[in-house]
Design a protein around this ligand. Structure first.
Ligand code: PGA
Length: 222
């Protein structure tokens, strides 16, 4: 154990991640922490806009986005795919259908994330590309609350597959909608001007070597 601590001194590692990343970053930290148990890790969660604001105030060693801001002061490491899937309650009439036309899905009442959300940003870019509009019923500021609203039959939504992983898909069906999923990637971002502590350097190397490994063995089934 002691040998594995060599190279990364005790220190703090300050991370801020978008709400969708909170479903898998703790698992990555868990693996990293096993080897670096003397680290004091601080972990913040916010929506995309809140995390962008933190980058501007230089508050953390690392930020996790799937839609990083265009800011030349940030260094980005792409590290995992992120697919946004159409979800409905498990008993929804479209749940058993294959190849559902986007226009048909778009007629269902839709539950969307709040302004400032990266998930919403990705969906809006996708709709603009597809020249489609959704039948928005409600705006909800949390992936978890959206999942529960979908389960209760209030509508359908599009959320990151990570919100469904690690047992999080109960009561929900992933719909086979044409043109979906929306495929994006996760990025670890850091301000280039921020000095890289040994702890931060170690974490950066760890993230660079993660590649595309799925984190949850049941992941593709989610
Ligand atoms: P958010 O995160 O929807 O919680 O802002 C996702 C992202 O930035 O892609």
């Amino acid at each position: 154990k002691l040998a594995s601590l060599r190279g990364v001194e005790a220190g703090t590692l300050q991370l801020a991640v978008v709400t969708t990343a909170k479903y898998f970053i703790p698992h990555l930290i868990g693996d990293y922490y096993e080897k670096h148990a003397n680290l004091d890790i601080r972990f913040k969660v916010g929506n995309r806009q809140q995390i962008i604001d933190r980058t501007e105030r230089d508050e953390d060693d690392f930020y996790v986005f799937s839609h990083p801001p265009e800011n030349p002061d940030l260094e980005l490491v792409e590290f995992l795919p992120n697919r946004l899937l159409a979800i409905a309650p498990a008993n929804h009439p479209l749940a058993d259908q294959k190849n559902i036309p986007l226009t048909e899905f778009a007629r269902s009442p839709f539950l969307r994330r709040e302004e400032g959300s990266g998930t919403r940003h990705a969906i809006e870019r996708f709709l603009a590309r597809e020249k489609a509009t959704l039948n928005v019923r409600m705006t909800i500021e949390s992936n978890e609350a959206i999942k529960h609203a979908v389960m209760s039959g209030l509508g359908v939504s599009i959320l990151s597959e990570h919100t469904l992983s690690f047992g999080g898909s109960a009561g929900l069906a992933v719909l086979d909608v044409q043109r979906l999923p929306i495929i994006t990637h996760w990025y670890l971002a850091r301000r280039k001007s921020r000095p890289l502590s040994p702890a931060a350097q170690g974490f950066l190397e760890y993230a660079r070597n993660l590649g595309n490994l799925p984190l949850d063995p049941d992941f593709p089934k989610a």
